[in-house]
Design a protein around this ligand. Structure first.
Ligand code: SF4
Ligand code: SF4
Length: 362
């Protein structure tokens, strides 16, 4: 049980630190309307309808300077000729922000593609800051220089999250220890089953950049299947996962790490916990909606569009959303088909099960 307790402690330390950093960077300037909305969201009951979202995940661009095998942005980009249609500039951002479903939120995750390719990023960040909102970027960090970080700091960026891949590990490993910035920087790493199997030591060593003084924490997440088969999803019966978590704790004891939930093979009797389709809005430049990290904003508006004439669609309550939410609320033991292979389904009860299984094996 010791390992499980250490994992839970480290994960909660990670989230506490994230929240404190957000508040500290904001220096008291928090929109009362958006803050009140967070409280209302916490008190609200889940239903088939949207309820109150508190976070926008906005695809500033569908372009990226990397090509990761598991990336869905590439798969969703539509034809290459269309990719330029999906750029958010400052004017477009203000149009999106004018929508009530977007304006009510407290936290804005500016992502892509690669958000540093957006020329108006600093203006967007400064605008959000002036409105009392948190802004975070998720980046591969390859375009992050000391100067760019300074200009983002000046604009008021609340946090930068750098995703680690084999392709940027070296750059980030050199860059991060060499910078000083008021912007809290976090690292994230997607665990792939094949890496655990074939490159265990390399994977563990590759995380060492998390010990750089500028790094405030490390988030491990689980690869998701995007409908092309099981891919690299890490299931709870993978004996290497708990071993890996134990080794991360041993090797990087000072770093707050948020550990990824495994995907459960057997889900009978489990209560579904995911609340993403209630609290987060996924959006692209054209106002196309996404349902969650697995169902990102579709370029053809398959999940609805906030500028649609249909009011249900406009407020993220179209048929696809309702089916997904109703499936998550259902008492039936089977999971919504859409959620198969997703690690967000069961929160930390799946980690406890993983621990119990690994103890039984020992
Ligand atoms: S860095 Fe991120 S957005 Fe770019 S290809 Fe990789 S996963 Fe996709
Ligand atoms: S559990 Fe389902 S709704 Fe939640 S993030 Fe995963 S796929 Fe999306």
């Amino acid at each position: 049980m010791e390992n499980y307790k250490a994992i839970a402690k480290s994960t909660s330390r990670y989230f506490r630190r994230t929240l404190m950093d957000l508040l500290r960077r904001q220096r008291g300037l928090v929109s009362p309307m958006a803050a009140m909305n967070v409280l209302r969201q916490m008190a609200s009951k889940k239903s088939g309808a949207m309820g109150r979202c508190v976070q926008v995940n906005l695809l500033l661009t569908r372009r990226c300077n990397l090509r990761c095998s598991f990336c869905c942005v590439d798969k969703l980009s539509g034809s290459k000729n269309r990719i330029k249609e999906f750029e958010v500039d400052f004017a477009r951002f203000k149009e999106l922000f004018a929508h009530p479903l977007v304006a009510i939120n407290l936290s804005y995750v500016l992502m892509g593609g690669e958000p540093l390719l957006c020329n108006d990023l600093e203006r967007i960040v400064a605008f959000l800051k002036s409105k009392g909102r948190f802004s975070r970027i998720i980046t591969n960090g390859l375009l992050l220089t000391g100067d760019r970080l300074k200009s983002l700091e000046k604009a008021g960026l609340s946090q930068a999250i750098i995703s680690l891949y084999d392709t940027n590990e070296e750059y980030v490993g050199n860059f991060l220890p060499s910078v000083k910035s008021g912007v809290p920087i976090y690292l994230s790493k997607v665990l792939l089953g094949s890496d655990l199997e074939n490159r265990y030591d390399e994977l563990l060593d590759g995380l060492k950049v998390c010990t750089a003084p500028q790094c405030r924490g490390l988030m491990l997440s689980n690869c998701m299947s995007y409908g092309d088969g099981e891919g690299d999803v890490v299931y709870d019966d993978n004996p290497l996962l708990m071993k890996f978590y134990g080794d991360v704790l041993k090797k990087y004891p000072e770093v707050p790490v948020s550990f990824a939930y495994p995907v459960l093979r057997r889900t009978e009797g489990m209560k579904k916990k995911c609340s993403v389709p209630w609290n987060t809005v996924y959006l692209d430049a054209k106002g196309n909606l996404g349902m969650c990290c697995k169902f990102q904003a579709h370029p053809d508006g398959k999940f609805g569009n906030i500028f649609s004439a249909d009011s249900e669609e406009r407020m993220a309550n179209g048929p696809a959303f309702r089916r997904l939410r109703t499936g998550l609320l259902s008492d039936r033991p089977n999971i919504p088909a859409e959620c198969a292979g997703c690690s967000n389904l069961y929160d930390d009860c799946s980690l406890r099960m993983l621990f119990e299984k690994s103890s039984a094996r020992d």
